[in-house]
Design a protein around this ligand. Structure first.
Ligand code: GAP
Length: 460
């Protein structure tokens, strides 16, 4: 069954995964909040990523750098000059459009890395087909480069050449700023990697498709530092490693993933591949894997005046390491996981919606119910089982609202893999079944009788 983006947005709101940012004030475009169920799924995705990229690797270190960075950072990185999207403005109502996306929608090959001359010429030959999304007119300005960096009001604004502190346009710069600190503190041997999950902010011209293009988002990045020119083999290995993670750890259907190599490269990359997922709106990027060469450390060495060369401990050779980057959009992967898990089927003659999330990603591993809410002895036993599971570190929830059928539907929609029901047999009505419960499987709806003593091991 193919879900539409509207199906996902509706379930996400209804069940407390995602809310529009600042909704009570009418919303703030390009921002979203993760609700009680969303934050659990989000944290589980990030935990699985951290495990694979820090704990399961021998030579990777974690980092959490400050978001505010010295203003020189973004000059050295090239973002103050080269980090822009092509924008045209409606002369009638001032609505801004992102020209490469409008052209792509007409099947004209265009992207944000084209020169202004190239994109203006394409735009001119298609002006008659592009209408303003607000007023419907076709009266646009010329295309200009619109810088995506978001300024803060921190910094020095006293002179003409004001010196703002920007919010991070990409999270990875914090890793480059700390390269020397990590080397001095940890004495890693090249090749080694640094992993970080951090926020990025972009003044996107047209945020779109729910969590797909937002103005504030998280990136989970690894930067692998390697010897110059020794990029080919590790680059291929990293690509494979990331692909495998989506399939074997997140459980994403492999046929929903594909590779896309960039023809037009962003200013810092020598080679760039995207992993794309087939969203309801079509295939689009969830992660970028970039061969950044010595670009970043050379730039920061030049702008900071600090020697960022690595000294080989055995040969004492000095060099600027090359960098291989993996950069995953956490919100986009969250959306991909929800789309991939979304199912509609018939169970017991009724239609239902459920999320077939892998147990380690689901907000709750198990829900515990008393068969009836108005029987104190059932409620007491159910709470006892629920608290015991929580004590054993299992993400459990308790639900006694509505009838059992309604509770199952609710848990199915948030992707809870198992439900446990405490009934009169649990209390000993049938002697042979005393201290057993029904354990119900989300995907098949099948139920079995399991003793309370073996519940925790079955669930973990
Ligand atoms: N440091 C490299 C870098 O930032 P990127 O391709 O611009 O590369 C990496 O971004 C990932 O961040 C993308 O693959 C995407 O998943 C995510 N991303 C980029 N812009 C985004 C946006 N406006 N909203 C949500 N996610 C975004």
């Amino acid at each position: 069954m193919k879900a539409s983006l509207e199906d996902i947005v509706s379930l996400a709101k209804r069940r407390g995964f995602i809310f529009q940012g600042s909704e009570i004030y009418g919303g703030l475009a390009g921002t979203y909040d993760f609700g009680p169920m969303g934050v659990e799924l989000l944290n589980n995705i990030k935990r699985a990523w951290w495990k694979a990229n820090v704990y399961d690797k021998e030579n990777y270190y974690g980092l959490d750098s400050a978001m505010f960075k010295h203003p020189r950072t973004w000059e050295a990185s090239g973002h103050t000059k080269g980090f822009s999207d092509p924008l045209a403005e409606c002369k009638e109502c001032n609505t801004r459009i992102r020209v490469d996306k409008e052209l792509s929608a007409l099947d004209v090959v265009a992207d944000e890395k084209m020169t202004l001359t190239e994109i203006n010429s394409l735009f001119d030959s298609n002006r008659d087909k592009i209408v303003c999304p607000k007023c419907g007119k076709k009266n646009f300005t010329e295309v200009r480069a619109f810088n995506l960096l978001v300024k803060s009001n921190l910094g020095d604004f006293t002179s003409d050449g004001s010196d703002p502190v920007y919010l991070p346009g990409e999270a990875c710069q914090g890793i480059y700023l700390n390269f020397k600190n990590v080397v001095d503190a940890m004495h890693p041997k090249i090749p080694f990697g640094v992993a970080q999950i951090g926020k990025a902010f972009r003044n996107e011209i047209s945020p779109r498709n729910f969590l797909f293009r937002t103005r504030e988002f998280e990136q989970a990045d690894t930067q692998m530092f390697i010897r110059p020119n020794e990029n080919k083999i590790p680059y291929e290995a990293i690509k494979q490693d990331r692909w495998n993670w989506y399939v074997s750890v997140l459980g994403i259907a492999e046929e929903k993933l594909r590779w896309k190599q960039h023809d037009n490269l962003v200013f810092y990359a020598k080679d760039a591949w995207d992993i794309e997922y087939e969203f309801p709106t079509g295939f689009d990027e969830i992660e970028g894997i970039h061969d950044r060469t010595d670009y970043d450390l050379t730039q920061h060495q030049e702008f900071s005046g600090v020697d960022l060369r690595y000294i080989d401990p055995e040969t004492t050779e000095k060099y600027i390491p090359w960098i291989l980057e993996t950069s995953m959009g956490v919100g986009r992967v969250f959306l991909a996981v929800m789309c991939d898990a979304y199912r509609e089927d018939q169970l017991g003659g009724e239609s239902r919606t459920y999320l077939a999330l892998a147990p380690h990603l689901a907000p709750y591993r198990v829900a515990v119910f008393p068969l009836l809410k108005n029987k104190p002895e059932l409620v007491a036993k159910a709470r006892e089982v629920y608290l015991a599971l929580k004590k054993q570190g299992i993400a459990a929830t308790f639900d006694d609202n509505g009838n059992i059928g309604k509770r199952y539907r609710r848990q199915d929609e948030i992707g809870t893999p198992s439900c446990v029901t405490i009934d009169f047999d649990t209390l000993g009505e049938t002697e042979a079944l005393k201290d057993t419960v029904t354990l119900r499987d989300r995907d098949s709806g099948s139920q079995e009788r399991v003793s309370i003593a073996e519940l925790a091991s079955r669930l973990s």
